[in-house]
Design a protein around this ligand. Sequence first.
Ligand SMILES: [Ca+2]
Ligand SMILES: [Ca+2]
Ligand SMILES: [Ca+2]
Length: 236
Amino acid sequence: MNANKQIILTSILLLTAVSYALGHLTGGGLQNFQYNAELVSVAPIVDGYLDDPVWEAALPGKLEQELMNGQRWPESPDFTGSFAAVWRGGFLYIAIKLADDQLETRQTKLLREDHLILYIDPHHTGRKEELYRYTIPIGKETSELKPPLTRVAWGSNGQTCELSFRLDNLAKKGNSVGFIIAYNDVDGGRLQHKIAWAPQGYTEADEMLPDLVFTAKIEPNTQQKLIQWGRIKSLY
Ligand SMILES: [Ca+2]
Ligand SMILES: [Ca+2]
Ligand SMILES: [Ca+2]
């Protein structure tokens, strides 16, 4: 092999290594994939029912990526789900809508029941740390919650859910947290599917988390003043 050929070959190998490393870092198309949680003027009531006005305005994120086989998941009677998120006063609020043809909630072992898996990484390390993992059985409420999760409430026979996370000053305009939500569908006593809000090609082997970004169409401070002014006016 002459010197020129060797240089070309080395360059190709280097480029391959670099693009592999980059691809690995960004996961399955994560760079253009994020959820924008919008600041709202009135927080939703975390009671499990999605009749709060903020949920009508929030954009839904669909659970349409099958994490076990990496394929897109079409809407189907087997499972259809979506979520939305908004923030206010240091809290992140999440609403979830689920439809599952065989809801399994009466097993003694959690993994034999339908359940949600959420990751909220407040420090935005981008990785799926066990510390930030939440396993939430469908239709059940418990008072023992791992911070920053402060509340879980179910409504409509396990078809709707509201969650709140206390993030304090991390919930501010322009900040991001790592986030993913998946539904582990147990039908007929067996875990059949893991369906997530995630980019195309993403699987459970992917370590990086998508971003949830705190957005605000108006300045949080201006909004605060408007609310206060509204309160003052309502006193008269
Ligand atoms: Ca509600
Ligand atoms: Ca199902
Ligand atoms: Ca099920």
